[in-house]
Design a protein around this ligand. Structure first.
Ligand code: NAD
Ligand code: UFG
Length: 338
């Protein structure tokens, strides 16, 4: 059984990936500060997989601590989720974002090299594309303005990984560009845990439907899209988690040093379509009103996922409706606990 270090493994995508790794016969080791996650998620993972995975409460920026984890565990691969991800906060606190997201990766790469750990799966984002000229966006589309310091941290991290490959470093990397990850595990033992007022659409919808927020504001109805609201490629987090297993298998079989993959459903849904789908699949009413555009938002984006299908042998199985039902079940579970 192969040991895989999962940084940020108690976060939203990391926790679902830990479950997928165990289900596929890997041994995940979680490393997380718990700064943007909670021991509740570690308990939830244990309930799903039937045992408590190894966990280190360590900051990737602490190289000495990272070193000791590598010495102890000798992982064969790393999936690097650990990063800050709030786009708006990155605009007001850019140093916090550049510092964590880039220094964490640099320290990790240095320690991996020292321990001859040669396989890396890196969490990137479709934010690196900005607003593409043509849709669906392919991996070779020109990068535009990443629109936020958060986005630029992903651009820089991707470039760092590619520069290492060009320099002949023996590291092999899969750079995964997620579109909009949503949903929760169908068991409702793990899901997204936004701290404070959610910024993202789906947690805002579920908290509004649960009565925690008075109403959802749909940011913009005058975009050049079929119904005027923004369009995104929403991918169920369970499908996304499985893509990480596929990426590890790809790394085990390829001779390439680095490659990038779009991970989405390959189709766009508008904000208003998502709002209506939520009410339809849950039967719960959702107060909402149309507001102005949100600063920094792009109009629309969705992925060409043919490369991931072809090279990773992966494709999505779940729909936005599945994601909305699972996110709602998770919201109800959180309400029971509080
Ligand atoms: P998350 O915040 O739920 O998980 C990230 C985890 O990393 C958290 O548990 C946090 O405590 C931990 N962490 C942060 N800095 C750390 C550090 N220095 N050392 C150790 N742990 C640290 O986020 P997520 O939604 O699961 O995202 C995971 C990755 O995917 C991130 O790199 C994010 O940028 C990327 N991503 C997310 C989305 C999205 O919409 N969720 C979209 C595209 C890309
Ligand atoms: N939206 C609303 N009302 C809300 C929240 C969101 O109308 O209360 C709209 C947004 O304006 C946008 C769409 O819903 O049109 C999706 O917004 P999210 O905030 O859920 O997601 P983004 O596409 O803005 O960004 C997300 C992550 C980023 C990541 C990016 C690309 O937040 O971290 O996807 O992967 F970089």
């Amino acid at each position: 059984m192969k040991k895989v270090l999962v940084t940020g493994g108690s976060g939203f995508i990391g926790s679902h990936t830990v479950v997928a790794l165990v289900e596929s016969g890997y041994e995940p080791i979680i490393l997380d500060t718990l700064e943007n996650s909670d021991p509740l998620i570690l308990e939830g993972i244990s309930k799903i997989i039937g045992f408590a995975p190894k966990f280190y409460q360590i900051d990737c920026r602490d190289k000495t601590a990272l070193w000791s984890v590598f010495q102890q565990e000798q992982p064969e691969a790393v999936i690097h989720f650990a990063a800050y991800k709030a786009v708006g906060e990155s605009v007001s606190e850019p140093l916090k974002y550049y510092s964590n997201n880039i220094v964490s990766l640099i320290h990790l790469l240095e320690v991996m090299d020292r321990f001859e750990c040669r396989k890396l799966v890196f969490s990137s984002s479709c934010t690196v594309y900005g607003q593409p000229d043509t849709l669906p966006v392919t991996e070779t589309s020109d990068a535009h303005n990443a629109a936020s310091p958060y986005g630029y941290t992903k651009v820089v991290c991707e470039q760092l990984i590619r520069d290492l490959a060009k320099a002949g470093c023996p590291l092999q990397s899969a750079i995964l560009r997620y579109f909009n990850p949503v949903g929760a595990h169908p068991s409702a033992h793990i899901g997204e845990l936004p701290i404070g007022v959610p910024n993202n659409l789906i947690p805002y919808i579920t908290q509004t439907a649960a009565g925690i927020r008075p109403k959802l504001i749909v940011h913009g109805s005058d975009y050049d899209t079929p119904d005027g609201s923004g369009v995104r490629d929403f991918i169920h987090v369970v499908d996304l988690a499985e893509a990480h297993v596929a990426a590890l298998r790809w790394l085990e079989s390829t001779a390439l040093s680095a490659d990038d993959f779009n991970l989405g459903q390959g189709k766009g849904d508008s904000v208003l379509e998502v709002v209506n789908a939520f009410m339809r699949v849950t039967g719960v009413s959702l107060p909402f009103e149309i507001g102005p555009r949100r600063q920094g938002d792009i109009e629309q984006i969705f992925a060409d996922v043919s490369k991931a299908k072809r090279e990773l042998g992966w494709q999505t199985k779940l729909t936005i409706e599945d994601a909305l039902k699972d996110a709602w079940r998770w919201q109800l579970r959180l309400a029971e606990r509080s």
